[in-house]
Design a protein around this ligand. Structure first.
Ligand SMILES: [Zn+2]
Length: 264
């Protein structure tokens, strides 16, 4: 079984616009779907992905509830596990986290660049505490985002500090932080933070992939693609080049995700 822990899609009405905008700000990244749920499901079928975690992001207070309504709607699909999102500075962010739990969503995605915060800002503490009390999983965008200039708002040092404020599982996307591999090895490997493999193919030196897996082990690494920007065949190609055992690959492909989602 293959579970993709890091994908994105948008409501049909805004998908085309969202993809054009994201493609433009990222310097022309190629999209592999049209941004819709149907497009995601098509690429899942084409690349052998059985189930996908869809990470939604509320980029302002105003759209937060509709983002989570969309997540709840697509979460009804048996092969989709949708995460919600809160805009951390919304007046009703804590209540919205309760609604996310009530809607049956298992986690939230927070994106420090799109939401305008540094991951270890004390102002985020109440949000992290509320997430923890609800037992939700948090996926953070970590490291470089192709659409934003430095400084990185979630780099390994600040991620570690933020993690200490959580009592529920945290995933640092992009193998702990895109373009931060050395610091990931030094500061995050060996902690209880999960990493996903999203967007790692061809953007991370193999030397660091091997180092990270060697030091972090395979129990807290989740297969992810960042679809529509990458697809499963790309990240699988990368993993297949690392000389991992069948058992290690199985953990990354699905076992770790099932455990984290409470299904095993
Ligand atoms: Zn992503």
């Amino acid at each position: 079984m293959l579970i993709d822990f890091h994908t994105h899609c948008f409501p049909d009405k805004i998908a085309q616009n969202a993809i054009s905008k994201l493609t433009y700000v990222s310097g022309g990244l190629k999209n592999h779907t049209d941004g819709t749920l149907a497009g995601l499901k098509q690429v899942m079928a084409d690349t052998g992905v059985d189930r996908a975690v869809v990470l939604n992001i509320a980029t302002n207070a105003h759209q937060m509830q509709s983002v989570n309504d969309f997540a709840a709607k697509i979460n009804e699909d048996e092969n989709i596990i949708a995460f919600g999102s809160v805009f951390p500075f919304a007046d009703n962010a804590l209540e919205e986290l309760e609604r996310i739990k009530h809607l049956g969503l298992k986690g939230v995605k927070l994106h420090p660049d799109y939401q305008g915060f540094f991951v270890d800002d004390e102002k985020l503490k109440p949000i992290y505490k509320k997430i923890s009390s609800l037992g939700l999983i948090t996926v953070f965008h970590a490291g470089l985002d192709y659409g934003f200039p430095p400084p990185y708002k979630a780099e390994p040092g600040s991620m570690l500090k933020a993690f200490s404020w959580f009592d529920s599982p945290v995933v640092a996307a992009h193998m702990g932080g895109l373009n931060c591999s050395k610091e990931v090895v030094d500061k995050l490997c060996g902690t209880d933070i999960y990493f996903d493999t999203a967007f790692s193919y061809s953007s991370m030196p193999k030397y660091y992939l091997e180092k990270i897996i060697e030091k972090h082990g395979c129990d807290k690494i989740l297969f992810g693609t960042d679809c529509p920007w990458h697809t499963a065949d790309m990240e699988l190609r990368m993993l297949d080049s690392l000389n991992l055992s069948e058992n290690e690959l199985k953990k990354i492909h699905c076992d770790n995700a099932l455990k984290l989602l409470g299904e095993k």
